[in-house]
Design a protein around this ligand. Structure first.
Ligand code: C5P
Length: 410
């Protein structure tokens, strides 16, 4: 219920993507929001107000002359009650009219009349690729951003007109994520965050290898939370079956050495490094070129191991960390004596913050419990969904970085 107690005005303008807004409306309501749908005349050509009324469980507004409001001022009242106005789909025409401050139908009036300092405006453009690429549209998008609206960008792919390119409306699930992110405090605005996540895989031969049970869920949740908090996030991921959090740059790797190379390449730009990956400590000294087969002798092959680079320790002792430009945070997956092990690991790795958790109780789970160990004390986060814990951890990191005061961005 990420949108509990939020009231959203969902504005539809003319575009074939209106059919996706029905699904979006359902998703918003499933997350606890109340949704007031407002449709332009063009939107009514693509989907009926009846459909949107049934899904939102509220009468839809379409006209500034609507007399259902006691004061006959739907354009004022609807915006005053909202926590955010989301226009999806937002047509090229509507962007143009908004950019010029048009106020000749209910939706444009409402956008103009909303108290902009507390009611955010998010736009999900949807149009043909040439229309999207046109300098006039790009100019309008830039102007709208300058005016404080959040232009959410577009998807790429096959378009209703048969052409392929940029301009599709983002999928309802992506729009939901953007709206949830919008309401998160921007504690990491201007920061660049590097996260490692998941297991590594160390090949023995072309078909076998050594890995572990890390699902990557905690690291992916942290990457999402950091992005929601306004950071630019790079997520270096071992082999996991998880989708990339929206807005996060993902670099896929397999082995510890690949993860090390990728992390080092991105660390120079980062101000915060959170190492959640369960990196294999050892790898086979040689990976066989061909599959190692049984030869009938009954003698098992002998594997030699060499140590992998310790990514966290390397970065924690780097000049970036020493000069104070990179804050390093480690994780410890333990099976017992969490406090003592986490304290010892914090000192061994040389990090200001080490987060302990119990491996068997977190691997693959959607929730977790954390123990934050710092030089000045210990803080416990009780069992909760990983995303919730990730958001709290991000807050702690933001405080450590001294990164701005809490608040909701425009
Ligand atoms: O030593 P251990 O593997 O228990 O340390 C765990 C922490 O160190 C985690 O943050 C993990 O991501 C990081 N680590 C690393 N490179 C390694 C081993 C661990 O970055 N080779």
């Amino acid at each position: 219920m990420e949108l509990r107690d939020k009231h959203i005005v969902l504005g539809l303008t003319g575009g074939i993507a209106c059919y996706k807004s029905a699904e979006l409306c359902r998703l918003l309501i499933k997350q606890g929001a109340s949704v007031q749908v407002v449709m332009s005349a063009a939107a009514e050509r693509f989907i009926t107000p009846l459909t949107m009324q049934a899904l939102s469980n509220r009468p839809v507004y379409t006209s500034q002359w609507d007399e259902r409001q006691p004061n006959s001022m739907a354009h004022i009242n609807l915006g005053r009650d909202a926590d955010a106005v989301l226009i999806a789909p937002c047509s090229a025409d509507f962007m143009s009219r908004l950019a010029h401050g048009a106020a000749d139908d209910l939706l444009s009036l409402l956008c103009l009349a909303r108290p902009a300092h507390r009611v955010g405006l998010l736009l999900a453009p949807a149009m043909n690729r040439e229309m999207w690429a046109h300098p006039a549209t790009q100019r309008n998008a830039a102007q709208l951003q300058r005016d404080g609206a959040q232009v959410l960008g577009v998807g790429s792919g096959e378009q209703a007109c048969g052409e392929t390119g940029d301009g599709r409306m983002l999928e309802p699930q992506d729009l939901l994520c953007e709206l949830i992110a919008f309401f998160q405090p921007k504690r990491l605005a201007g920061q660049r965050v590097l996260v490692t996540a998941g297991p590594t895989y160390e090949a023995i031969d072309p078909v076998r290898g050594i890995t572990n049970l890390s699902s990557g869920k905690m690291g992916f949740a942290i990457a999402r939370a950091a992005r929601e908090a306004g950071a630019e996030v790079t997520l270096v991921a071992g082999p996991v079956a998880l989708s990339t959090p929206r807005g996060v740059t993902r670099v896929d790797v397999r082995s510890a050495r690949e993860m090390h190379v990728a992390a080092m390449a991105h660390a120079a730009q980062a101000s915060l490094f959170i190492a959640t990956a369960a990196v294999a400590d050892w790898r086979p000294a040689h990976s066989a070129e061909h599959k190692i087969k049984k030869n009938g002798s009954g003698i098992a092959p002998q594997l030699q191991f060499v140590e992998n680079p310790d990514i966290l320790a390397t970065l924690a002792h780097s000049d970036w960390a020493k000069s104070g430009s990179l804050l390093c945070v480690g994780f410890a997956a333990e099976s017992e004596d969490l406090l003592a092990n986490a304290q010892a690991k914090r000192l061994r790795k040389g990090v200001p913050l080490l987060v302990g958790n119990i491996g068997p109780a977190t691997f693959g789970q959607d929730d977790n419990a954390l123990l934050l160990v710092r030089a000045d004390g210990v803080q416990e986060f009780a069992r909760a969904p990983k995303l919730e814990l990730a958001r709290r951890l991000v807050e702690v990191c933001a405080t450590m970085l001294g990164a701005g005061a809490p608040g909701v961005a425009a």
